[in-house]
Structures are given as C-alpha cells and as structure tokens.
Design a protein around this ligand. Sequence first.
Ligand SMILES: C[S@@+](CC[C@H](N)C(=O)[O-])C[C@H]1O[C@@H](n2cnc3c(N)ncnc32)[C@H](O)[C@@H]1O
Length: 251
Amino acid sequence: MSEIDDTTHFGFETVALGEKQTRVDEVFHSVARRYDVMNDLMSAGLHRVWKQNLVSMLRPSRTRPFHHLDVAGGTGDVAFRIVEAGGPRTRVTVADINAGMLAVGRERAAKRRESRVEFVEANAEALPFGDASQDGYTIAFGIRNVPRIERALSEARRVLKPGSRFLCLEFSRVDLPGLDRLYEAYSFAVIPRIGELVAKDRDSYQYLVESIRRFPAPGAFARMIEAAGFARVTHRPLSGGIVAIHSGWAM
Ligand SMILES: C[S@@+](CC[C@H](N)C(=O)[O-])C[C@H]1O[C@@H](n2cnc3c(N)ncnc32)[C@H](O)[C@@H]1O
C-alpha cells in the first residue's frame, strides 16, 4: 500500500486507492445476507471464540456508563457480545460503510430486542464522532478492507478518550510448522468453494483469502498502530497465528 503513488491492493490486484472502497463495498453488499452463516462455516465456529477473546480483553464496565465504538462492525456480531459483557449502561455504536451489512445488523438487534446497540453508516477513515468521545474502540476483520489504514488508525486515536483502549482483531500469520501449509491449502482451495456454494459468490471469498495474505505482518502492523500515537502496543496471536488481537492505549 502506498499513499504516495495513490495505489493499494484489492486482494492480489493493484488498484487505485479510490477504486478499492467501491470494490470492497460490492463484496459486502453481495455477501451481507449470508455473512454470518459463512463465518461459522469457514471457521468451524472459531470466529466466535476469537470475538469472545476480544471482548474479554476490552472488559466493558459493568457499573459505569461505557460508550463503545465498533468500527466496520457489519452485522453487529461483536457489538452484541460487548453489550452482553457490559452493564446496563454499556452502549455500542456500530459504524460501517455498508448499508447492506447494517440492515442485517438492525434486523438482528430488533429480533433480540436490543436497544443498546445502534447502527451508523460511516467510513473508518473519517468518523462522524467527536474528539475523545469514546470509552473503547474495536475493529474486527475490518481494517484489512479499509483503503487508507493509517487514516483509520489516526481516527481511532482521535475519538478515544485518554486511558481507553484500541483493539483490533484481524487475520495474521500462522506460526505453527505444519499448520501453515494446511491453512494455506484450506484457504485457497476450500474457502472460495464454500463461498460459491453457500453465498453464490466465489469472487468475494477469493478476495477474502487474498486480502489476508496482503495484510501487513503483525510486527509491521503493530508499528503502524504506534505511529498513530497509541501507547503500550502489543499483539497476541490466537489459534496458531490464524488471527491476532492488536492492542494499544490512548494516552
Ligand atoms: C469482514 S466484515 C467484518 C464485520 C464484523 N466486524 C465481524 O467481525 O463480523 C468487514 C466489514 O468492514 C466494512 N468496511 C469496509 N471498509 C470500511 C470502511 N472504510 N469504513 C467502515 N467500514 C468498512 C465492511 O462493510 C464490512 O461490514
């Protein structure tokens, strides 16, 4: 990715920065209705464990008001877990650029009679929230899709109150010998096929696996989080490095 030559990657393709968001939006409009079931199928339910780990690290207050922002929050999967873990005064705003994903999220909230989660159409690169307005920020499997990652990180830093936490759950680099080759084969041979059969959209899931390969290695991404002004930046691999949770503190 380079902001100097105005290009970035859409999976393995090099595209203009302005084109990436349009292509990403097409992907999530196409898969929105099958998005949650696909996550269960592709990860054999593991995405639930990863998201639960993210929420455990966040530890939303059970007693005080806690205004949390879940960016690229899609269908609300992380947000619902946060309000469950928090107290009655925990509120989560799901900010996502895609109206299709948000529509599914709103339907899920209505079915659960969950009024502590609200859904807002917004771009991670230019959030419509005030400086130091949020008690927490999460982004799960979202930042990889954002064309200008540096801008999204800088926005995260801007909206967080001092002393609050940034947490990012993202695909990472498998670091267990043997598992790496198995994972590679599964990703490229099986996931696009499941996408074709279940979501009737092979290309979107081909993009998914390619975008995972294109995402910076965990050390490099940690340095980007530091460069955005976060302190005490750490990352923790889960499931042999299939995913990692990156953490930073706004000071
Ligand atoms: C893989 S989904 C993750 C959804 C949810 N966080 C989860 O873990 O189930 C990626 C989401 O990122 C959103 N997204 C992509 N680019 C974005 C941007 N620039 N700003 C906000 N959301 C974006 C997509 O619309 C999509 O809902």
